[in-house]
Design a protein around this ligand. Structure first.
Ligand SMILES: *Cc1c(COP(=O)(O)O)cnc(C)c1O
Ligand code: SF4
Length: 398
């Protein structure tokens, strides 16, 4: 079956000029920022109004007209609206309320670099996003409008990456790296490509979701030029896959850029197996591999948007077996304080006896798997001679 993706119809209340609607710089310039901007388009509920007065400058508010057009104008419980609209609930203390839930400050050897795993590191090239998601992990970092195309922090970050020969992968993050214009982005990409040991560049971005017009032919060509570049999108709800978004993803996929999606499980937005399934299937159809389904981090003011671990596991369990493995995202929780990600897989094991383990499969089949005896599995692989041969063939250094 051929899936359809409908274009959005902008409303006058967004002051949308049809000639400019498809121009990404118009979308970011015309972002809704103040309560007045939001009131022109949305009928605000009392807790939403309170969000504007109470939050002050702590948590930034911003939304492209395009993304605003995707939300209900009248219904505060609308899933897209819950992502973009500030709420008085963000002021509540919450169960954990951590300003830096991932302990990123501790894992930051120089400003703008977060290096927690041996072979890959995050490079926060800008703190700007064109929509500030209410559940954001880096609420205290994002939104101070410090883009970083050049300057001493940039040079320090770059020389840190240069000095770590074990790094193979740099993940551009933020903020949203694609809020940078093509010029600054080109400089970042070519600077990274000038570092010998960096093999893979990942670009983590929500622009295909909140401002798909950012994906211009020029941007696609720029990313392609620096291949291998992996584009990590951040769709949370099937409704975000509009005609505009589908065209952006198709342009990226046609250029040979591998596409992966990371979603966050959010209360009242997508915490139902049918929603995750619809999102994943539509993404897969557009050649985007669903990669992670993140447990929402306990950053401040996010309790109303978080799910419980039990809720998340239940959703994943229900999808297991029913959803193509290609479309199945990995459920993962970031261990607070810099513990890294922990994968949460459903447990199918029901008993163990000797070398046998008993499993009950997704649809109820019960059976044993018996491992071979110690004497057979203890045949060591001669790693050294294998690596020696490979080095002789390829000339690779140890
Ligand atoms: C999530 C994350 C990564 C990437 O992890 P993958 O499992 O490879 O996607 C890298 N660095 C940091 C600090 C992270 O939080
Ligand atoms: S796009 Fe990412 S970094 Fe920006 S506000 Fe949303 S979650 Fe935070």
């Amino acid at each position: 079956m051929k899936l359809h993706f409908d274009d959005l119809v902008p409303r006058d209340s967004l002051r949308a000029d049809p000639a400019l609607w498809g121009d990404w710089t118009w979308q970011t310039r015309s972002a809704l920022r103040t309560r007045g901007d939001f009131e022109r388009h949305f009928e605000l509920a009392p807790h939403e109004r309170e969000g504007f007065t109470g939050l002050g400058d702590v948590f930034q508010v911003r939304c492209t007209p395009y993304y605003a057009a995707l939300a209900s104008r009248v219904e505060p419980l609308d899933p897209i609206r819950r992502i973009l609209m500030p709420s008085g609930l963000e002021l509540l203390a919450g169960a954990q309320a951590m300003p830096d839930p991932l302990g990123e400050r501790a894992n930051s050897p120089v400003p703008r670099i977060i290096h927690r795993y041996p072979d890959r590191a995050l490079f926060l090239v800008t703190d700007t996003c064109s929509v500030y998601c209410r559940y954001c992990t880096r609420k205290h970092f994002t939104g101070n409008d410090h883009a970083l195309a050049r300057g001493s922090d940039y040079d320090r970050a770059l020389s840190y990456l240069k000095g770590r020969a074990g790094l193979r992968e740099v993940i551009l993050s933020g903020g949203d790296p694609l809020t940078l214009g093509d010029g600054p982005l080109a400089r970042v990409l070519s600077d990274l490509r000038s570092i010998e040991h960096i093999e893979i560049i990942r670009v983590g971005t929500r622009m295909p979701v909140v401002c798909p017009m950012r994906v211009t032919p020029e941007l696609v060509a720029l990313l392609k030029k620096h291949n291998p570049v992996y584009v990590m999108t951040h769709f949370n709800h099937p409704r975000e896959l509009t005609g505009e978004a589908a065209r952006a993803l198709t342009a990226l996929a046609d250029a040979g850029l591998p596409l992966f999606n990371q979603m966050v499980l959010l209360n009242g937005v997508n915490n139902h197996p049918a929603i995750v399934q619809a999102l994943s299937r539509r993404l897969l159809y557009l050649r985007v591999k669903p990669y992670y389904m993140h447990q929402c981090d306990p950053s401040e003011g996010t309790d109303h948007l978080r799910t419980s671990i039990e809720d998340s596991l239940g959703i994943q369990r229900e999808l297991w077996g029913n959803l193509s493995g290609l479309a199945m995202p990995n459920l993962s929780v970031d261990i607070p304080e810099g513990g890294g990600k922990a994968g949460l897989a459903p447990d199918f094991e029901v008993a163990r006896a000797g070398r046998a383990r008993t499993y009950v499969g997704w649809d109820g089949v019960r059976a044993d798997y018996v491992s071979p005896g110690e004497e057979t599995i203890r045949k060591p692989i001669d790693v050294e001679s294998y690596l020696g041969e490979w080095r002789a063939l390829t000339g690779a250094k140890p």
